[in-house]
Design a protein around this ligand. Structure first.
Ligand code: NAD
Length: 301
């Protein structure tokens, strides 16, 4: 295990008879030297699990991502070498969907501005007037496990739902009284746009110089998927006309680049430090789901 994981996750594997070496934060070079000692590698998003690491891991049978996104793993290369790649794909859906709704509400009611004013001894009543979400249109980009759940929660709050997805999701979104539409229509029609696609070459910067201009003035943009799906340099030019921006993910975490620091400083931008899956319940489920997937994968080796 090369990244920090809860004690429970270590216990679950030990109880199943797996001998665990816990070396959270190990640097890439040190890992390259040791990787041939292990059958299973458990990791988060910190290091790229690329061809070099996979090639040096002569005994590797399972690559296990502690979490969901597999964008830091060369999955195809691993599978070609008959190494299983597993993740905890469903464990954190509820937590991420709940945070997404929280971010929408925080942005629509300027919660950050009000809360920090009160904390600083001011009483900002009458400043920063918000908007209701009821009756507004939510555009969900990526109507998969998390996106569809966000749709259900938002529908319960009275929003109309539009979905953009490369699969046919018209039945699922139809059940919420909504429609599957193209990306352009979604961006032009939505009062809130929420991103839930995986990071792939096709989704990389899908919101860019060109597509960002389609978003309505006053709309709220929420991203709890992956930072790289939005071109944040291009987004800077739109901040003053948008109603709010709320991100749980950034293309660089923690952010150091000038354009990201500029983005974060803007009063209408809220950023949380990639906490979508950080609830007690999700962390418990991730540990369970991953241990089961690892043991299942070992059976097939
Ligand atoms: P999922 O695979 O269930 O759903 C993704 C959806 O996106 C699918 O319906 C898929 O068809 C669609 N899609 C893929 N490529 C597309 C494209 N080019 N154009 C349009 N649609 C496309 O994934 P999920 O479990 O719902 O996760 C969604 C995102 O949330 C991922 O980026 C994941 O990494 C991220 N995530 C973030 C956190 C967090 O802590 N903030 C936690 C878990 C997951």
């Amino acid at each position: 295990m090369i990244d920090k994981v809860p004690e429970k996750a270590i216990e679950k594997l030990k109880n199943a008879g797996v001998e665990v070496t816990y070396i959270p934060g190990i640097e890439r070079e040190a890992l390259l030297e040791k990787i041939d000692e292990y059958d299973i590698l458990v990791f988060r998003s910190r290091l790229r699990i690329d061809r070099e690491i996979i090639d040096k891991g002569k005994r590797l049978k399972v690559l296990a991502r502690y979490g969901v996104g597999l964008d830091n793993v060369d999955v195809e290369y691993a599978l070609n070498k008959r190494i299983s790649v597993v993740n905890a794909s469903t464990a954190s859906c509820v937590s991420v969907a709940e945070l997404t709704l929280g971010l929408m509400i925080a942005a629509s009611r300027n919660l950050y501005l009000h809360m920090s004013s009160v904390k600083n001894g001011r009483w900002s009543k009458g400043e920063y007037i918000g908007v209701e979400l009821y009756g507004k249109t939510l555009g969900v980009i990526g109507f998969g496990r998390i996106g569809s759940r966000v749709g259900v929660y938002a529908r319960a709050m009275g929003l109309e739902i539009l979905a953009y997805d490369s699969r046919d999701v018209s039945r699922e979104v139809g059940k919420l009284g909504g429609r599957q539409v193209g990306l352009e229509e979604l961006l032009e029609e939505s009062d809130v746009v929420s991103l839930h696609v995986p990071l792939t070459p096709r989704t990389y910067r899908m919101l860019n110089e060109k597509t960002l201009t389609l978003i309505k003035d006053g709309a709220i943009l929420v991203n709890t998927s992956r930072g790289e799906v939005i071109d944040c340099r291009a987004l800077l030019k739109h901040l003053d006309r948008l109603g709010g921006v709320a991100f749980d993910v950034l293309e660089e975490e923690p952010p150091r680049s000038q354009h990201l620091l500029e983005l974060i400083k803007h009063p209408r931008v809220i950023v949380t430090p990639h906490i979508g899956a950080e609830t007690r319940e999700a962390m418990e489920r991730v540990a369970d789901e991953l241990a089961c997937s690892i043991l299942e994968a070992l059976k097939w080796q």
